[in-house]
Structures are given as C-alpha cells and as structure tokens.
Write a protein that binds this ligand. Structure first.
Ligand code: GSH
Length: 202
C-alpha cells in the first residue's frame, strides 16, 4: 500500500498514528509530497480527484480518501483491539469525538492557508476570527470531556492528539494549555506513545 502524505499534515498524521497503533505500518510505503490548494499535484490528482492528502492506494479497494475512511480501512486489517468500536454508545462516542476534532483541524488548516498561501491583500480578518472561534470552542469542549477518556486511545482520542500536535506545530503562540489544564495533562501522557513520537510534524 502507498500512503500519499506530508509530515506536516495533521490528517495524514491521524492515518500514520492509526497504522502504528494497529500494527500495520510496515505494510505501507509512505510517499511524502507537497500539496497546495491552488496548485494541484499531478501524481496525486490521478489518485484523488480532490487532490488532498492523505490518500492511500490499496491493492484491493483502489485509492481511499479521506482520513476517516483510510483509518477505518486500516483498522479492518488487524485483529487487535478495534480503534473503531463497531456497536453501542462507544461507537457513537468515538465517531462524534473524531468529527469534533476533524472540524477543529479543518478550521486550523484553513487559517494556516489564509496566513501562508492567500495573498495579503485578499485576507479577511473576520473570517480568520471565525475559524479561530471554532478552534477555541472545540478545544474547550475537549477540556470538558477528556477526563472521561481514561486510558482509551481509539480513533476519537487519536484525532484529538493530532489536533493538539498541529496547534503546537503551526500555532505555537495560541497557548492552548493556559486555560485547559486537564487536556494539557492528557496530551503530555499520550505524546509519549511510540505512534505519536514516530510522527511528530516536521
Ligand atoms: N477531510 C480531509 C481533509 C484533508 C486535508 O484538508 N488535507 C490538506 C493537507 S492537511 C490538503 O491536502 N490540502 C490541499 C488542498 O486543500 O488542496 C481528511 O480528513 O483527510
């Protein structure tokens, strides 16, 4: 299998952490590429019409995207503890947490593009403030919820860890820890997992 990714992408990190937690990472060839929302990468465009990473070329199911689908697929390849609970409230708890964290990442990545890609004359501060409001509101929800996560590190918690890693990487001045001590403590602990250490953004 070939994973189209970039080490800086938080969505690709989700996939790489899941691959390691599921023990299937050795079956994946990681192909690092640079993507831009305004200049389509021609090789990636042949695999994913949205020209986004992550994308996973598989031997049996063609090329899969986006991160939620790829993670679910990788989870189907192993027999250990499932990272996507199949039934009951555990399932909905994990999927909702994943959606919350994907939403925070969507807002954070859009802000990153606004600052790094959009020409200065076209920037719109109110729009950036709106995205930052989603990031902060989402983080406040994680702070309220994280006490209930215990030792669990399934798809929802994995995505939460990738959110916090991305904020440290791209928005170090945001100081998200200042008003979220429980989340900071949780993140300090999960950052020590081999899957997280092996995928620190660069
Ligand atoms: N919902 C997608 C989001 C993927 C995404 O936004 N990837 C970014 C990199 S972090 C990308 O490829 N951007 C290029 C573009 O927007 O054209 C997922 O979960 O995989």
């Amino acid at each position: 299998m070939r994973l189209w990714f970039n080490p800086a992408s938080p969505f690709a990190r989700k996939v790489r952490v899941v691959a390691r937690e599921a023990g299937v990472d050795k079956r994946i060839e990681e192909m690092s590429i640079l993507v831009s929302p305004v200049k389509a990468h021609p090789d990636l465009a042949r695999e994913n019409p949205l020209v986004k990473i992550p994308a996973l070329s598989t031997p049996d199911e063609g090329t899969l995207y986006d991160s939620t689908v790829i993670c679910d697929y990788l989870d189907s390849l192993h027999r250990g503890m499932s990272l996507f609970p199949k039934t009951g409230s555990e399932r909905w708890r994990e999927l909702r947490l994943q959606s919350l964290c994907d939403g925070i990442l969507d807002a954070a990545v859009l802000m990153r593009y606004e600052g790094a890609v959009r020409p200065e004359a076209l920037r719109w501060p109110d729009w950036v403030a709106g995205q930052m409001g989603k990031v902060r509101g989402g983080l406040d929800a994680l702070e309220r919820e994280c006490a209930a996560w215990g030792e669990c590190f399934a798809i929802g918690e994995i995505t939460a860890a990738c959110v916090l890693g991305y904020l440290d990487f791209r928005f170090p001045d945001e100081s998200w820890r200042a008003s979220r001590p429980a989340l900071a403590k949780w993140y300090e602990k999960v950052s020590q997992r081999p899957s997280m250490k092996a995928t620190v953004p660069a």
